[in-house]
Design a protein around this ligand. Structure first.
Ligand SMILES: Nc1ncnc2c1ncn2[C@@H]1O[C@H](COP(=O)(O)OP(=O)(O)OP(=O)(O)O)[C@@H](O)[C@H]1O
Ligand SMILES: [Mg+2]
Length: 198
């Protein structure tokens, strides 16, 4: 059964869990497409095997057919669960989880509320590590936060300020590098605004 057909991948439910299949993109030059699909498949498989936070359990990878098999996470996307009442608390949890990821020198690379699963009991898991990479640079961590902020702003426009306040407080309260990250985020945010205007 097909669970999702995204821009980059198809997610199929299997007996063991789910398969994430990166099908060829006909509009991309084949050599480039192969390289991109292979690198994203490998990255995701590698990160899943080192994940220090709740997320899918890695089962297998095939970088010829570009298929990763992982456990199925029951729940809903944070995007569909967040509202004005729960945003502050849930996003605070997201911020704290992001610190744990960053403390293991993993940058998510695409942290949006579509890439976070909320279980029925309210527990969070991160998914979609195809753009993730290893880095302990302050700038990369700040960029992860900047992307989260932008996604809250665009997908949860009516309450994004509360959501972001929660995420930022959650992050800063548990990060040992809070002051440095805060300073760098201001620079990354400014750069983002400049880019949008030009
Ligand atoms: N392990 C999983 N358990 C349950 N649902 C999943 C799982 N992995 C993915 N999904 C569902 O499929 C959707 C798409 O998955 P995912 O975000 O990994 O891929 P994508 O965004 O299409 O691809 P890309 O990695 O290129 O960004 C998710 O938003 C989620 O609803
Ligand atoms: Mg996704």
């Amino acid at each position: 059964m097909r669970l999702s057909q995204g821009a980059e991948a198809t997610i199929e439910r299997t007996s063991a869990g789910v398969q994430k299949i990166r099908l060829p993109k006909p509009y991309r030059l084949q050599a480039i497409d192969d390289r991109l699909r292979r690198s994203r498949t490998r990255r995701e498989a590698k990160i899943l095997q080192k994940l220090p936070i709740p997320g899918p359990q890695f089962l297998s990878v095939d970088d010829t057919s570009m298929v990763i098999e992982m456990s199925f996470l029951p729940g809903k996307k944070a995007r569909d669960v967040l509202n004005a009442r729960n945003a502050h608390l849930l996003c605070c949890e997201i911020g704290k989880m992001l610190v744990k990821l960053h403390d293991a020198s993993i940058i998510h690379g695409d942290l949006t509320t579509s890439n976070i699963i909320v279980s029925a009991s309210g527990h969070l898991s991160f998914i979609d590590f195809g753009l993730s990479f290893f880095s302990s640079k302050i700038e990369d961590k700040a960029t992860d936060l900047h992307l989260l902020k932008e996604s809250l702003e665009s997908k949860h426009a009516s309450f994004w300020e509360e959501a972001w306040e929660g995420a930022f407080l959650g992050y800063l309260s548990s990060s040992k590098e809070a002051a440095l990250i805060k300073e760098k985020l201001a620079v990354v945010d400014l750069r983002g605004r400049y880019k949008h205007k030009n």
